[in-house]
Design a protein around this ligand. Structure first.
Ligand SMILES: [Zn+2]
Length: 335
């Protein structure tokens, strides 16, 4: 009898294919899928984990760069805060990245005000929704103010009204031209990122799927993974200790050369008897590398596998590179 690796319900003869890497992050050959996830779990993951991840993660924003089908709407309004990274006058301004109806990425300034007491000081930016008396009180008479963002004159009007209400020293001094034109994205952005619980669960789901793919469904249903299963499927359990951001890339060559070798997805699985950890490393678009320990009660032999999802050729290949584990010492590597 086959059972679902997430909810343990009995599987009918036909189940939807569960993609190891969600299809919104590309369709690849061969198509790495599982046939041990029931339709209820599969549907739940699509709407409750993968969909929110597209709008709340760095990876979700990055997929637009690679021409993966986007939705019209905002990216980076929740969890991800891209800010302008250059220019004395604009540094720190909050932006949102949006997809227009042609699927193109646009950068837009969020409605906000900036203020500083004196010229060499950097502007402190405050989003319209966070504008309170406490913000205004920090800026005495003679302070300098900026109002940016919004699409229309009415947006600016509204911001002026709000600023007047919270900040008695405010004097209106005109508007400024935004640091980029309608083509957008021509300015360097910095991204502040707070991973949400749903994104953490989605990353864990990808990791668990990959483990089921490489180790098999019988292994995946063993009880030692129940804690992880419940976190992913039932939203139960603490978030801490689930997803770690690695300081270094996953691929050893990249650590040594200091250069990115790919913009594709990288996923690896390592079973380490030395610290009893079975761990997935995952970097979508080879961007932020995550470590996701599936269990810390691993018993078995040392085991390493990895795959690379090439976004140009859309091919999946088994990684032949050496994987940089926790004891990785670049000086001891010979190619
Ligand atoms: Zn299920």
């Amino acid at each position: 009898m086959n059972i679902c690796i997430y909810c343990r319900s009995e599987l009918p003869s036909k189940v939807p294919r569960e993609h190891v890497i969600p299809q919104s992050f590309g369709v690849f050959t061969p198509d790495l899928t599982l046939d041990c996830v029931c339709s209820v779990c599969n549907g739940y993951f699509g709407s409750k984990l993968e969909w929110p991840m597209l709008n709340q993660s760095i990876e979700g924003a990055l997929r637009l760069q690679f021409g993966l089908k986007g939705v019209v709407g905002g990216v980076g309004t929740k969890g991800v805060t891209p800010t302008v990274a250059e220019g004395d006058d604009w540094k720190g301004v909050r932006t949102a990245i949006r997809t227009n109806k042609d699927g193109k990425r646009e950068t837009e300034l969020l409605p906000q005000v900036g203020a500083r007491r004196d010229a060499p000081e950097p502007f402190q930016w405050c989003l319209e929704r966070d504008l309170r008396v406490e913000f205004g009180q920090q800026f005495p008479k003679g302070s300098e103010f900026r109002i940016v963002g919004g699409r229309t004159f009415a947006d600016i009007e509204r911001l002026v009204q709000k600023l007047v209400a919270v900040c008695p020293t405010f004097l209106y001094g005109g508007t400024m031209k935004p640091p980029f034109n309608d083509d957008g994205g021509q300015i360097m952005l910095e991204v502040e990122y707070q991973m949400s619980r749903v994104v953490a669960r989605c990353l864990c789901k990808i990791a668990f799927n990959y483990m089921a793919l490489t180790c098999g469904e019988t292994f995946a249903i063993s009880r030692e993974f129940d804690d992880m299963r419940e976190f992913i499927r039932s939203d139960v359990g603490a978030e801490t200790g689930r997803v770690f951001v690695k300081q270094k890339p996953i691929i050893a060559q990249e650590i040594i050369t200091g250069q990115r070798g790919t913009e594709g997805h990288v996923v690896t699985l390592e079973g380490r008897p030395s610290d009893r950890t079975l761990e997935v490393q995952l970097a979508l678009f080879n961007s932020v590398p995550y470590k996701i320990p599936i269990t810390r009660e691993y018993i078995g032999h040392h085991y390493v596998r990895g795959h690379h999802f090439d976004l140009e050729t859309r091919e999946v290949t088994e990684l032949e590179v050496k994987i940089a584990g926790p004891n990785f010492d670049p000086s001891k590597i010979t190619w």
